[in-house]
Design a binder for this molecule. Structure first.
Ligand SMILES: Cc1ncc(COP(=O)(O)O)c(C=O)c1O
Length: 366
Protein backbone atom coordinates (compact mmCIF):
# COMPACT_ATOMS: atom_id res chain seq x y z
CA UNK A 1 0.00 0.00 0.00
CA UNK A 2 1.33 3.45 -0.93
CA UNK A 3 0.35 6.51 1.02
CA UNK A 4 -0.26 9.78 -0.80
CA UNK A 5 -0.17 12.94 1.28
CA UNK A 6 -1.90 15.92 -0.30
CA UNK A 7 -0.05 19.22 0.00
CA UNK A 8 -1.83 21.07 2.76
CA UNK A 9 -1.68 24.35 4.56
CA UNK A 10 -3.58 22.87 7.49
CA UNK A 11 -1.48 23.55 10.53
CA UNK A 12 -2.14 22.61 14.14
CA UNK A 13 -3.26 25.62 16.17
CA UNK A 14 -0.55 27.04 18.40
CA UNK A 15 -2.81 26.49 21.40
CA UNK A 16 -5.40 23.75 21.83
CA UNK A 17 -8.67 24.40 23.71
CA UNK A 18 -8.41 24.04 27.49
CA UNK A 19 -9.96 21.85 28.79
CA UNK A 20 -9.71 19.62 25.74
CA UNK A 21 -12.41 17.15 26.74
CA UNK A 22 -12.62 13.78 25.01
CA UNK A 23 -13.34 13.44 21.28
CA UNK A 24 -14.70 16.97 20.84
CA UNK A 25 -11.99 18.38 18.60
CA UNK A 26 -10.55 16.94 15.42
CA UNK A 27 -7.41 17.55 13.44
CA UNK A 28 -7.86 19.04 9.98
CA UNK A 29 -6.97 15.96 7.94
CA UNK A 30 -8.14 12.40 7.42
CA UNK A 31 -6.82 9.24 5.79
CA UNK A 32 -9.05 7.42 3.31
CA UNK A 33 -8.86 4.24 1.26
CA UNK A 34 -11.67 2.56 -0.65
CA UNK A 35 -12.46 -1.06 -1.46
CA UNK A 36 -14.62 -2.54 -4.16
CA UNK A 37 -15.74 -6.12 -4.69
CA UNK A 38 -14.35 -5.99 -8.25
CA UNK A 39 -10.89 -4.61 -7.62
CA UNK A 40 -10.26 -5.05 -3.88
CA UNK A 41 -8.44 -2.42 -1.85
CA UNK A 42 -7.22 0.55 -3.83
CA UNK A 43 -3.42 0.44 -3.85
CA UNK A 44 -3.08 3.93 -2.37
CA UNK A 45 -4.33 5.42 0.90
CA UNK A 46 -4.73 9.21 0.77
CA UNK A 47 -4.20 11.75 3.49
CA UNK A 48 -6.03 14.99 2.76
CA UNK A 49 -8.34 17.58 4.30
CA UNK A 50 -10.97 16.29 6.75
CA UNK A 51 -14.15 16.93 4.80
CA UNK A 52 -17.73 15.66 5.18
CA UNK A 53 -18.22 12.21 3.61
CA UNK A 54 -20.68 12.38 0.71
CA UNK A 55 -22.92 9.32 1.15
CA UNK A 56 -25.80 8.37 -1.09
CA UNK A 57 -28.96 8.32 1.07
CA UNK A 58 -29.28 4.69 0.00
CA UNK A 59 -25.80 3.83 1.31
CA UNK A 60 -25.75 0.40 2.90
CA UNK A 61 -24.41 1.60 6.26
CA UNK A 62 -27.41 3.91 6.74
CA UNK A 63 -29.85 1.00 6.47
CA UNK A 64 -27.95 -2.15 7.48
CA UNK A 65 -25.37 -0.57 9.78
CA UNK A 66 -22.47 -2.43 8.18
CA UNK A 67 -19.74 -0.53 10.03
CA UNK A 68 -16.91 -1.19 12.49
CA UNK A 69 -14.35 0.99 14.18
CA UNK A 70 -11.29 1.02 16.42
CA UNK A 71 -9.82 3.35 19.00
CA UNK A 72 -6.15 3.75 19.81
CA UNK A 73 -3.92 6.55 21.01
CA UNK A 74 -0.71 8.27 19.98
CA UNK A 75 1.23 9.67 22.93
CA UNK A 76 3.73 12.51 22.90
CA UNK A 77 6.78 11.25 24.76
CA UNK A 78 9.10 13.33 26.92
CA UNK A 79 11.78 13.36 24.19
CA UNK A 80 9.29 14.77 21.65
CA UNK A 81 8.78 11.47 19.81
CA UNK A 82 5.29 10.18 19.13
CA UNK A 83 4.42 6.66 20.29
CA UNK A 84 1.61 4.25 19.41
CA UNK A 85 0.51 1.56 21.86
CA UNK A 86 -0.03 -1.97 20.51
CA UNK A 87 -1.46 -0.89 17.13
CA UNK A 88 -1.05 -4.48 15.89
CA UNK A 89 -3.60 -5.58 18.51
CA UNK A 90 -6.12 -3.03 17.24
CA UNK A 91 -5.34 -4.09 13.68
CA UNK A 92 -6.02 -7.74 14.52
CA UNK A 93 -9.30 -6.87 16.22
CA UNK A 94 -10.30 -4.65 13.28
CA UNK A 95 -9.72 -7.60 10.99
CA UNK A 96 -11.84 -9.89 13.22
CA UNK A 97 -14.60 -7.27 13.46
CA UNK A 98 -14.59 -6.88 9.66
CA UNK A 99 -15.03 -10.62 9.14
CA UNK A 100 -17.91 -10.69 11.63
CA UNK A 101 -19.78 -7.98 9.67
CA UNK A 102 -18.90 -9.34 6.21
CA UNK A 103 -16.74 -6.28 5.57
CA UNK A 104 -13.45 -6.64 3.64
CA UNK A 105 -10.64 -7.34 6.14
CA UNK A 106 -7.86 -4.78 5.95
CA UNK A 107 -4.43 -6.45 6.19
CA UNK A 108 -2.87 -5.90 9.62
CA UNK A 109 0.27 -4.34 8.13
CA UNK A 110 -1.80 -1.86 6.07
CA UNK A 111 -3.76 -0.83 9.17
CA UNK A 112 -0.60 -0.23 11.19
CA UNK A 113 1.13 1.60 8.34
CA UNK A 114 -1.90 3.81 7.78
CA UNK A 115 -2.12 4.69 11.46
CA UNK A 116 1.59 5.43 11.76
CA UNK A 117 1.64 7.61 8.61
CA UNK A 118 -1.45 9.53 9.68
CA UNK A 119 -0.20 10.01 13.25
CA UNK A 120 3.07 11.27 11.80
CA UNK A 121 1.22 13.86 9.70
CA UNK A 122 -0.85 15.02 12.66
CA UNK A 123 1.88 14.90 15.29
CA UNK A 124 1.73 18.67 15.94
CA UNK A 125 -1.78 18.13 17.32
CA UNK A 126 -0.65 15.70 20.01
CA UNK A 127 -1.30 17.40 23.34
CA UNK A 128 1.33 17.45 26.05
CA UNK A 129 -0.66 17.54 29.30
CA UNK A 130 -0.72 14.49 31.60
CA UNK A 131 -3.49 12.08 30.59
CA UNK A 132 -3.74 13.71 27.15
CA UNK A 133 -3.16 12.01 23.79
CA UNK A 134 -3.93 12.10 20.10
CA UNK A 135 -6.81 9.62 19.82
CA UNK A 136 -6.99 7.79 16.48
CA UNK A 137 -10.32 6.54 15.18
CA UNK A 138 -10.22 4.11 12.20
CA UNK A 139 -13.63 3.29 10.70
CA UNK A 140 -14.76 0.89 7.95
CA UNK A 141 -18.24 1.11 6.45
CA UNK A 142 -20.37 -0.09 3.53
CA UNK A 143 -21.10 2.78 1.14
CA UNK A 144 -22.78 1.05 -1.80
CA UNK A 145 -26.27 2.46 -2.46
CA UNK A 146 -28.58 -0.53 -2.07
CA UNK A 147 -31.66 -1.45 -0.11
CA UNK A 148 -30.94 -5.16 -0.44
CA UNK A 149 -29.89 -6.81 2.81
CA UNK A 150 -26.43 -8.02 1.77
CA UNK A 151 -22.80 -7.06 2.14
CA UNK A 152 -21.88 -3.79 0.47
CA UNK A 153 -19.86 -4.10 -2.74
CA UNK A 154 -18.12 -0.80 -1.98
CA UNK A 155 -16.55 0.19 1.32
CA UNK A 156 -14.67 3.12 2.77
CA UNK A 157 -11.88 2.95 5.34
CA UNK A 158 -10.97 6.20 7.01
CA UNK A 159 -9.04 7.46 9.99
CA UNK A 160 -9.59 10.70 11.88
CA UNK A 161 -7.69 12.01 14.89
CA UNK A 162 -8.78 13.91 17.96
CA UNK A 163 -6.54 15.65 20.47
CA UNK A 164 -7.99 14.50 23.78
CA UNK A 165 -7.80 15.06 27.48
CA UNK A 166 -8.77 12.30 29.95
CA UNK A 167 -11.98 10.40 29.07
CA UNK A 168 -13.60 11.27 32.37
CA UNK A 169 -13.33 14.97 33.20
CA UNK A 170 -12.63 13.88 36.78
CA UNK A 171 -9.43 12.08 35.57
CA UNK A 172 -8.23 9.12 37.66
CA UNK A 173 -11.10 9.32 40.16
CA UNK A 174 -13.65 6.64 41.09
CA UNK A 175 -16.81 6.38 39.00
CA UNK A 176 -20.21 4.95 39.93
CA UNK A 177 -21.73 2.10 37.88
CA UNK A 178 -25.26 0.69 37.90
CA UNK A 179 -26.05 -2.96 37.29
CA UNK A 180 -28.22 -3.10 34.16
CA UNK A 181 -31.01 -5.62 34.61
CA UNK A 182 -33.33 -4.57 31.77
CA UNK A 183 -31.13 -4.23 28.68
CA UNK A 184 -28.28 -6.43 27.48
CA UNK A 185 -25.30 -5.31 25.40
CA UNK A 186 -24.49 -8.55 23.61
CA UNK A 187 -25.19 -12.24 23.38
CA UNK A 188 -22.93 -15.17 22.51
CA UNK A 189 -23.07 -15.68 18.76
CA UNK A 190 -24.02 -12.03 18.26
CA UNK A 191 -21.67 -9.14 17.58
CA UNK A 192 -20.51 -8.26 21.11
CA UNK A 193 -16.97 -9.50 20.63
CA UNK A 194 -16.60 -7.32 17.51
CA UNK A 195 -16.29 -3.54 17.62
CA UNK A 196 -19.35 -2.75 15.55
CA UNK A 197 -21.08 0.61 15.41
CA UNK A 198 -24.46 -0.99 16.18
CA UNK A 199 -23.28 -2.42 19.51
CA UNK A 200 -22.85 1.11 20.79
CA UNK A 201 -26.21 2.34 19.48
CA UNK A 202 -27.88 -0.51 21.37
CA UNK A 203 -26.16 0.49 24.62
CA UNK A 204 -27.16 4.15 24.63
CA UNK A 205 -30.64 4.03 26.19
CA UNK A 206 -29.45 2.16 29.30
CA UNK A 207 -26.35 4.33 29.58
CA UNK A 208 -28.28 7.60 29.31
CA UNK A 209 -30.80 6.39 31.93
CA UNK A 210 -27.96 5.46 34.31
CA UNK A 211 -26.32 8.83 33.71
CA UNK A 212 -29.43 10.75 34.52
CA UNK A 213 -29.57 8.82 37.83
CA UNK A 214 -26.00 9.80 38.74
CA UNK A 215 -23.97 6.83 37.45
CA UNK A 216 -21.24 7.15 34.81
CA UNK A 217 -21.54 3.63 33.38
CA UNK A 218 -23.73 0.55 33.39
CA UNK A 219 -22.52 -2.87 34.50
CA UNK A 220 -23.65 -5.28 31.78
CA UNK A 221 -24.79 -8.81 32.61
CA UNK A 222 -24.91 -11.77 30.23
CA UNK A 223 -27.96 -11.91 27.97
CA UNK A 224 -29.09 -15.47 28.75
CA UNK A 225 -29.13 -15.89 32.54
CA UNK A 226 -28.78 -12.18 33.41
CA UNK A 227 -26.40 -13.36 36.07
CA UNK A 228 -22.80 -13.22 34.87
CA UNK A 229 -20.92 -9.93 34.80
CA UNK A 230 -19.64 -9.01 31.35
CA UNK A 231 -18.42 -5.42 30.97
CA UNK A 232 -18.73 -1.92 32.40
CA UNK A 233 -20.11 0.44 29.75
CA UNK A 234 -17.66 0.48 26.84
CA UNK A 235 -14.89 -0.97 29.00
CA UNK A 236 -13.82 -4.29 30.45
CA UNK A 237 -14.18 -4.70 34.19
CA UNK A 238 -12.20 -6.33 37.01
CA UNK A 239 -12.48 -6.79 40.77
CA UNK A 240 -9.77 -7.20 43.39
CA UNK A 241 -10.14 -9.85 46.06
CA UNK A 242 -8.22 -9.51 49.29
CA UNK A 243 -6.10 -6.67 48.01
CA UNK A 244 -4.02 -8.75 45.58
CA UNK A 245 -6.00 -11.03 43.26
CA UNK A 246 -7.44 -9.43 40.15
CA UNK A 247 -10.49 -11.29 38.84
CA UNK A 248 -12.09 -10.42 35.52
CA UNK A 249 -14.85 -12.08 33.47
CA UNK A 250 -13.40 -14.72 31.17
CA UNK A 251 -13.99 -13.96 27.48
CA UNK A 252 -17.38 -15.44 26.74
CA UNK A 253 -18.00 -14.69 23.07
CA UNK A 254 -20.08 -11.65 23.98
CA UNK A 255 -17.32 -9.64 25.68
CA UNK A 256 -15.09 -7.33 23.64
CA UNK A 257 -11.50 -8.48 23.99
CA UNK A 258 -9.90 -5.25 25.16
CA UNK A 259 -6.30 -4.35 24.42
CA UNK A 260 -6.13 -2.68 27.85
CA UNK A 261 -7.61 -5.76 29.54
CA UNK A 262 -5.00 -7.95 27.89
CA UNK A 263 -2.22 -5.53 28.88
CA UNK A 264 -3.42 -5.45 32.50
CA UNK A 265 -3.53 -9.24 32.67
CA UNK A 266 0.01 -9.47 31.36
CA UNK A 267 1.37 -6.63 33.50
CA UNK A 268 -0.30 -7.44 36.82
CA UNK A 269 1.80 -10.52 37.75
CA UNK A 270 4.96 -8.46 37.26
CA UNK A 271 3.58 -5.99 39.81
CA UNK A 272 2.98 -8.81 42.29
CA UNK A 273 -0.75 -9.34 41.69
CA UNK A 274 -2.40 -12.66 40.91
CA UNK A 275 -4.85 -12.71 37.98
CA UNK A 276 -7.86 -14.89 37.36
CA UNK A 277 -10.23 -15.02 34.39
CA UNK A 278 -13.48 -16.66 35.42
CA UNK A 279 -17.27 -16.37 35.44
CA UNK A 280 -18.40 -13.75 37.96
CA UNK A 281 -21.90 -14.07 39.42
CA UNK A 282 -23.33 -10.62 40.12
CA UNK A 283 -24.98 -11.83 43.37
CA UNK A 284 -21.65 -13.16 44.70
CA UNK A 285 -19.81 -10.01 43.68
CA UNK A 286 -22.36 -7.76 45.39
CA UNK A 287 -22.15 -9.92 48.55
CA UNK A 288 -18.34 -9.78 48.47
CA UNK A 289 -18.40 -6.01 48.02
CA UNK A 290 -20.70 -5.70 51.06
CA UNK A 291 -18.54 -8.07 53.11
CA UNK A 292 -15.32 -6.28 52.15
CA UNK A 293 -13.86 -9.40 50.47
CA UNK A 294 -13.73 -7.40 47.25
CA UNK A 295 -11.47 -4.48 48.05
CA UNK A 296 -11.47 -2.72 44.65
CA UNK A 297 -13.16 -2.68 41.30
CA UNK A 298 -12.03 -0.97 38.12
CA UNK A 299 -12.78 -0.52 34.41
CA UNK A 300 -10.21 -0.94 31.62
CA UNK A 301 -10.22 0.60 28.15
CA UNK A 302 -8.09 2.64 25.75
CA UNK A 303 -9.94 5.88 26.33
CA UNK A 304 -9.72 5.95 30.13
CA UNK A 305 -6.93 3.32 30.61
CA UNK A 306 -7.86 2.19 34.17
CA UNK A 307 -10.70 3.79 36.14
CA UNK A 308 -11.56 2.86 39.74
CA UNK A 309 -15.19 2.01 40.54
CA UNK A 310 -16.18 3.59 43.85
CA UNK A 311 -19.85 2.67 43.99
CA UNK A 312 -22.10 0.01 42.46
CA UNK A 313 -25.86 0.54 42.31
CA UNK A 314 -28.52 -2.16 42.02
CA UNK A 315 -32.26 -2.19 42.69
CA UNK A 316 -32.17 1.33 44.11
CA UNK A 317 -29.36 0.57 46.58
CA UNK A 318 -25.76 1.68 46.40
CA UNK A 319 -22.78 -0.28 47.64
CA UNK A 320 -19.42 1.35 48.20
CA UNK A 321 -16.41 -0.65 46.97
CA UNK A 322 -13.60 -0.67 49.55
CA UNK A 323 -13.50 2.80 51.01
CA UNK A 324 -14.90 4.30 47.82
CA UNK A 325 -11.55 5.83 46.83
CA UNK A 326 -9.02 4.76 44.18
CA UNK A 327 -7.35 1.64 45.56
CA UNK A 328 -3.68 0.66 45.42
CA UNK A 329 -4.09 -2.04 42.71
CA UNK A 330 -5.93 0.19 40.23
CA UNK A 331 -3.50 3.02 41.00
CA UNK A 332 -0.44 0.82 40.41
CA UNK A 333 -1.87 -0.49 37.13
CA UNK A 334 -2.82 2.99 35.89
CA UNK A 335 0.56 4.47 36.82
CA UNK A 336 2.54 1.63 35.26
CA UNK A 337 0.52 1.35 32.08
CA UNK A 338 0.46 5.09 31.39
CA UNK A 339 4.20 5.30 32.13
CA UNK A 340 4.87 2.58 29.55
CA UNK A 341 2.49 4.17 27.03
CA UNK A 342 4.18 7.56 27.28
CA UNK A 343 7.73 6.19 27.35
CA UNK A 344 8.36 7.28 30.97
CA UNK A 345 9.06 3.68 31.89
CA UNK A 346 10.87 0.91 30.03
CA UNK A 347 8.62 -1.32 27.93
CA UNK A 348 9.76 -4.92 28.45
CA UNK A 349 6.68 -6.19 26.57
CA UNK A 350 7.47 -4.56 23.22
CA UNK A 351 4.09 -2.83 23.17
CA UNK A 352 5.13 0.69 22.23
CA UNK A 353 6.07 1.75 18.74
CA UNK A 354 7.67 5.10 17.99
CA UNK A 355 6.27 6.79 14.87
CA UNK A 356 9.09 7.63 12.50
CA UNK A 357 9.20 11.07 10.90
CA UNK A 358 8.85 10.87 7.16
CA UNK A 359 10.63 14.21 6.76
CA UNK A 360 9.60 17.24 4.76
CA UNK A 361 10.59 15.80 1.39
CA UNK A 362 7.80 13.24 1.47
CA UNK A 363 4.54 15.15 0.78
CA UNK A 364 3.36 15.14 -2.82
CA UNK A 365 0.53 17.08 -4.44
CA UNK A 366 -2.73 15.14 -4.75
C1 LIG B 1 -17.52 -2.72 24.71
C2 LIG B 1 -16.08 -2.45 24.99
N1 LIG B 1 -15.44 -3.23 25.85
C3 LIG B 1 -14.12 -3.04 26.13
C4 LIG B 1 -13.41 -2.03 25.54
C5 LIG B 1 -11.97 -1.85 25.86
O1 LIG B 1 -11.15 -2.20 24.78
P1 LIG B 1 -9.74 -1.54 24.57
O2 LIG B 1 -8.98 -1.77 25.83
O3 LIG B 1 -9.16 -2.26 23.42
O4 LIG B 1 -9.96 -0.10 24.32
C6 LIG B 1 -14.05 -1.17 24.63
C7 LIG B 1 -13.33 -0.10 23.96
O5 LIG B 1 -12.86 -0.27 22.89
C8 LIG B 1 -15.42 -1.39 24.35
O6 LIG B 1 -16.07 -0.59 23.50
Amino acid sequence: MDIRIAASDHRAPTTLPDPLGFGRHFTHRMLTRTWSADTGWEPVASIGPRVPIALDPGAQVLHCGQAIFEGTKAYLRADGALGLFRPEANAARFERSARRLALPPLPVEDFVEALAAFADCERDWAPQAPGASLYLRPVLLGIEPTLEVRASARCLFYVVASPCGPYFASGFRPVAVRVEDAHVRAVRGGTGSAKTVGNYAGSLAATEAARSDGYQQVLWLDAIERRWIEEAGAMNVAFVRGGRTIVTPALSGSILEGVTRDSVLRLAPDLGFAVEETRLDIADVMADVRAGAITEAFCMGTAAVVVPIGRIGRDGHDFVVGDGAAGPVATALYDTLTAIQTGRRADPYGWTRVVARRGVAQPTTA
